[in-house]
Design a protein. Sequence first.
Length: 172
Amino acid sequence: MSITLDGSNLTTVGVINSATAQNSTSGTSIDFTSIPSGTKRVTVLLSGVSTSGTSPLTLRLGTSSGVTATGYTGSAFYTSSVGNFSLDTTGFPLTTTALTAAASTYRGSIIVSLLGSNIWVAQGTLYCSTSGGTSVWVSSEITLASTLDRVRITTLNGTDTFDAGTINILYE
């Protein structure tokens, strides 16, 4: 469907689709696979997500060849009494090292959008229960070798297990 506004052609594309929400109560990663070719945006939603340890959460993108764990550029930043940030080249950082505690829970969303040529940019905000409640801002970028078809939420060390919450994605 095409809509004309002041001589500009705007195109409506697609519908927002929801995957099946997954309980994040066990395992070291939560994967969403079979994201269809042509997807331009993925929104990752977290509600009450917690892990057994203190390793920061990270979001990784993948292709049919597997999940990409290198080449990311970006950081997570939070403000409390003192600002802090964590750089991460192994995924889109969702939390910072100084903020993560085994009892922390996270709520919020991260939007990952296709810029073009398999370049994906991420931005979002999460609420963390640590220190009476803190907001975490995330921004990052990765160029994938081919078409995105999966996302993984895991921890930086890859060994802490999920012990609470729900995670889902929307894709369009």
